[in-house]
Write a protein that binds this ligand. Structure first.
Ligand code: HPA
Length: 274
């Protein structure tokens, strides 16, 4: 469904009333198995999605479904513990709704994270990929429908969705702390089935290094609203057909848990420089 500007504003006003004088600058969206970072926020103010006007709630396993607002690495952040996905039955507009709301609350920077299937055969499970661009070929995007000029122009530029400046900074920080940071293209698939081996081969031919079911709706809207963004994808499994093994939710969760420490260390180092 499409939303009117007034709805975004009502949601934002509710959040602002809960936050008092606190104004988040950085929106952090946490993917599957990475929600624990929200627990590291200092002086947290919790806002469950269910109490915010017009908000939809996440049904995905492990996704708690709330904002945690407070300080992280000296920065004022709003962490999304849990996000929506189109495979839950939500539209691209629903999925990207919280980003526009947080833009109105005051955040002008975004950190997005996700669990992804690794398409690049030179990489391995547990690697972290800095997203340098994305591919979305399916259906309508989140900006389909009447443009809302308060957020951005009808035809918006997509050449620097994942800020070049942030990307070079992230590589510097990864080198400093000794975390291997890959660099690549994330390709969006609607899910909820994992991709077929043929789809994964097609993705590779098209230039993708990783495949996943999130991030692109949110980042499209963030780019439209002029937010400066960075994206990290955790390779939780080799994508379908790469190894001949079948894929499972269990593997995704296990890899996320195993990589939690280095992921958190890198994210903290990046945040400090944002
Ligand atoms: N495909 C799509 N989404 C995913 C995958 C995958 O292989 N792994 C984790 N999220």
């Amino acid at each position: 469904m499409s939303y009117e500007y007034i709805q975004y504003k009502e949601s934002a006003d509710y959040i602002t009333s809960k936050l008092g004088p606190f104004k988040p600058e950085i929106l952090i969206i946490l993917g599957s198995g990475l929600g624990f970072l929200g627990d590291e926020v200092e002086q947290p103010i919790y806002i469950p999605y269910g109490e915010i006007p017009h908000f939809k709630t996440s049904t995905a396993p492990e996704h708690i479904g709330r904002f945690v607002c407070g300080m992280l690495c000296g920065k004022k952040v709003a962490v999304m513990q849990g996000r929506l996905h189109c495979y839950e039955g939500y539209s691209m507009q629903d999925v990207s709704y919280p980003i526009r709301v947080m833009r109105l609350v005051g955040a002008d920077k975004v950190v997005v994270t996700n669990a992804a299937g690794c398409v690049n055969t030179e990489w391995k499970v547990g690697d972290i990929m800095l997203i340098n661009d994305h591919i979305r070929l399916f259906g309508f995007g989140p900006l389909n429908g009447a443009n809302i000029p308060e957020f951005g122009p009808r035809f918006n530029d997509m050449t620097d969705v994942y800020s070049k400046e942030y990307r070079s900074m992230a590589h510097e920080e990864a080198d400093k702390i000794g975390v291997t940071l890959r660099d690549g293209v994330y390709m969006y698939f609607p899910g909820p089935s994992y991709e077929t081996p043929a789809e994964v081969r097609a993705a590779r031919i098209l230039g993708a290094d990783a495949v996943g079911m999130s991030t692109v709706p949110e980042m499209t809207v963030a780019a439209h609203a002029g937010m400066k963004s960075i994206g990290l994808a955790l390779m939780t499994n080799m994508a379908a057909g790469v190894t001949g093994c079948s894929l499972s939710e269990g593997e995704v969760a296990r890899t996320a848990a195993m990589t939690a420490e280095s992921f958190s260390k890198l994210l903290r180092a990046i945040l400090t420089r944002m």
